[in-house]
Write a protein that binds this ligand. Structure first.
Ligand code: ADP
Length: 204
């Protein structure tokens, strides 16, 4: 469950990025967060992940006011949250497969198990033939799909995707939309932020 109670976020003296926002998303929810560029979508996702803190109001995740978490509880909270921004964070000096596999390496899986799981995941999103490719040689869509797979290997309860279809071709957008629909069946909560300019409405 995610609940915002009268949340205002002001970065500096200027206009508030978010003003008095209240909503509740129960577990199992798949939500689109739409708005123009600059509407505060990324800010809202960052407040959930504790990357930013509200100026006023409260954010609750699983019934807990996340500002009240003591420092040692913050990493535990962040572990629950998977967040993928537009500017992906793949390591440039490692091929796609190594990047996606990183959480499994950290979790201590055997090399064989890591290879099996990573290849199966890459295959699922049409990236198996790019397993040995460096991130800079992947398209924006391919990089983002790899980034999403990597985040999924952390098994987050809450998955936050910031404009996952921005800058993608129509074909890549379709692939990504299918993948997101599939993810929504497995995550506790999935929030997808989309700018109006990037929102592709079905034609039929
Ligand atoms: P969106 O994701 O909908 O494009 P953002 O949450 O990125 O919107 O931004 C909302 C507003 O907050 C914008 O006016 C933006 O300029 C401002 N903003 C975002 N991040 C910062 C920051 N780190 N410092 C100052 N202003 C920021």
């Amino acid at each position: 469950m995610i609940r915002f109670e009268n949340v205002t976020k002001r970065y500096s003296e200027g206009r508030a990025a978010l003003h008095n926002v209240s909503f509740e998303l129960p577990s199992g929810e798949f939500a689109f967060l739409t708005g123009h560029s600059g509407a505060g979508k990324s800010t809202l996702l960052k407040l959930i992940a504790l990357i930013e803190r509200p100026t006023r109001g409260h954010v609750f995740v699983d019934g807990r006011n996340i500002e009240r978490l003591v420092p040692r509880q913050v990493p535990q909270h962040r572990q629950k949250i998977g967040i993928v921004f537009q500017d992906n964070k793949l390591l440039e000096n490692r091929p796609a497969l190594d990047n996606v596999a990183l959480p499994l390496v950290i979790a201590g899986f055997s090399r064989r198990e890591i290879a099996r799981r990573t290849r199966a995941a890459l295959d699922q999103v049409g990236l198996l033939n790019k397993a040995d490719t460096a991130p800079r040689r992947l398209s924006a869509g391919e990089q983002q799909r790899a980034e999403i797979l990597k985040v999924l290997f952390h098994e987050p309860e809450v998955l936050l995707l910031d404009e996952p279809t921005a800058g993608l071709s129509a074909k890549e957008t379709n692939g990504m939309t299918d993948k997101i629909a599939e993810l929504s069946e497995k995550r506790t909560i999935l929030i997808v932020a989309v700018s109006y300019t990037h929102l592709t409405l079905p034609t039929s």
